[in-house]
Design a protein around this ligand. Structure first.
Ligand code: ACO
Length: 431
């Protein structure tokens, strides 16, 4: 039962209310602390700060648990349907058949971009980083869909969510086509979400890409496993921007920027670079592991370890199985997969990794699947954007609907100069 916490400072005692979440997460409510005591809390990186109550995603990092709206992610693996999971995240429950059909129809109707937006892509240099293009084009959607800059009701919001989820897929495929100097391919209304994405990525006007259902399933699963991860850096960014009542397009464009960083969405690229380096450099997995353990060496075992999971990342387990299925289906051999398998086998019995609870994370196998499908490394973080978008949308809406509706505005402990007079330029010139 929630009680009070007692804080003693400067000879004064303050009673602070506590709260407990539905899975037992305990928090001290310090929202009135400054008013009452003159103190703020100091928590760089916000690792001990709950900025919201949320009912979307639950993680228990010690036990390796991840649930969307209470449903363990393993339960999505047998019939992976990213769109159903997107609807679940946004609406809080699984859809009825007619609700899912209605949402899918909206996605299909909204897949094409405004023709003028298509021409925007030609303004970017061919070697533009795809994440910059995706962020810019999500912002650009606000220019073409004015009617969604404010939300009227839930039906209006669902229409907006469908537009954004659908158009991001087209934007991502066009960003890739532009980078290759290849013609844009219009979405095909007969195809489902992931199949349509693969079609826009890989078809040519004279050569239709045939979508393998097992590859479509693998892509659905990858997107599902990236769909939300509670208050991570990009999601927090989306909520912070949304707290100023900025529209969903602007908020999600900011989320893309946050995800772009190598400490967040860029890690799967680094896994591939590590595997490639081991392969090309002729380093054995055993020798690389020794480097990763050596504190004087900057090498780390990329795709291992996680700030929250101190157990096997449940997403990594599912991706490892998906990876084996995809390679078997494509009858493909990849020396990088052999290296990954060996690294994992060695690390999981090495006391250095066991003692520090370092297990494979979501990035360890996702890049290998992308590579097998034909998605180049530069597009990996864009794939993460497509997957994470439903989570951003759900979290933005939760923030939007919060009763307090407060703008997020933290404080600071100022450590700069105290009052310091302005000196006119002529007096500043050194003698
Ligand atoms: N390889 C070698 N040693 C490692 C690794 C690794 N991948 N990860 C952590 N360690 C070691 C640290 O050196 C430290 O050792 P010490 O106690 O002897 O000093 C100990 O394990 C604890 O590590 P921290 O850095 O404190 O762990 P933290 O939770 O802060 O970091 C992180 C987590 C950043 C993910 C880290 O494990 C890492 O760098 N991993 C590799 C990069 C990676 O895969 N990132 C993707 C994360 S998933 C995602 O963002 C979607």
């Amino acid at each position: 039962m929630p009680g009070n916490a007692t804080l003693s400072v400067d000879g004064q005692t303050y009673e602070l209310p506590t709260l407990v979440g539905s899975e037992g997460e305990k928090a001290i409510d310090i929202s009135k602390l400054r008013d009452r005591s003159g103190y703020i809390t100091y928590d760089p990186g916000l690792g001990n700060t709950g900025m919201c109550k949320s009912s979307i995603t639950y993680i228990d990092g010690d036990k390796g648990i991840l649930r969307y709206r209470g449903i363990p992610i393993e339960q999505f693996a047998n019939h992976p349907n990213f769109i159903e999971v997107a609807w679940l995240l946004i609406n809080g429950r699984l859809p009825q058949p007619e609700e899912l059909a209605g949402f899918s129809a909206k996605l299909t109707a909204n897949a094409p971009l405004h023709e003028a937006m298509r021409h925007h892509f030609e303004g970017f240099p061919v070697n533009a980083p795809p994440m910059a293009v995706v962020s810019a084009m999500i912002s650009t959607l606000a220019c073409f869909h004015h009617q969604f800059l404010t939300i009227e009701d839930d039906a209006h919001f669902e229409e907006l969510a469908a537009r954004l989820i659908s158009k991001v897929r087209t934007i991502a495929a066009y960003a890739y086509k532009r980078s290759q100097g290849r013609p844009f391919i219009y979405p095909d209304p007969r195809l489902r979400y992931c199949a349509n994405f693969l079609h826009m990525m890989f078809s040519m006007p004279y050569d239709q890409y045939l979508v393998d259902p097992d590859i479509e399933d693998a892509l659905n699963l990858i997107f599902i496993l990236h769909a939300d991860h509670e208050q991570n850096c990009s999601t927090t960014t989306v909520r912070v921007v949304g707290s100023s009542k900025a529209n969903l397009f602007a908020s999600c464009a900011a989320g893309v920027s946050a995800l772009w960083g190598p400490l967040h969405g860029g890690a799967n690229v680094e896994v591939m670079e590590m595997l490639d380096k081991i392969h090309k450099g002729g380093v054995t997995p055993e020798a690389y592991l020794a480097q990763a353990k050596d504190k004087s060496n900057p090498a780390r075992l990329m795709g291992f370890g996680h700030r929250v999971y101190k157990n096997y990342d449940p997403r990594a387990k599912l991706l490892q199985q998906a990876c084996e299925r995809v390679f078997a289906k494509l009858k493909r051999k990849d020396p990088l997969l052999d290296i990954a398998r060996k690294l994992e086998e060695l690390a999981l019995k090495d006391p250095y990794f066991v003692d520090r609870k370092l297990y494979p994370n979501v990035d360890f196998y996702s890049g290998l699947i992308f590579r097998a499908i034909g998605i180049p490394t530069e597009m990996f973080t864009v794939m993460f954007v497509i997957g994470r978008l439903p989570g951003w949308i759900a979290q933005w809406k939760e923030q939007h609907d919060m009763e307090s509706g407060k703008i997020v505005r933290p404080r600071q402990v100022y450590t700069g100069k105290t009052i310091n007079d302005f000196v006119p330029m002529e007096q500043r010139i050194k003698a």
